[in-house]
Design a protein. Structure first.
Length: 57
């Protein structure tokens, strides 16, 4: 997986962490992921085959 990711992106690192905001429960559904994403400074979110990006100023 890591080697395939590096070939495709040039980045040899993947990070796996829980997706939650301090004081909030861990995200469990795609809907919760998008809701949490919109309330953070995260720029992009991958949910299944979809890439969700915030408009950049």
């Amino acid at each position: 997986l890591l080697e395939d990711f590096e070939r495709k992106t040039g980045v040899p690192i993947l990070l796996n962490t829980s997706f939650n905001v301090r004081g909030q429960p861990m995200v469990c559904t795609p809907e919760e992921a998008i809701e949490t994403f919109l309330g953070t400074e995260i720029d992009d979110l991958v949910v299944g085959p979809c890439l969700v990006s915030k408009e950049r100023a």
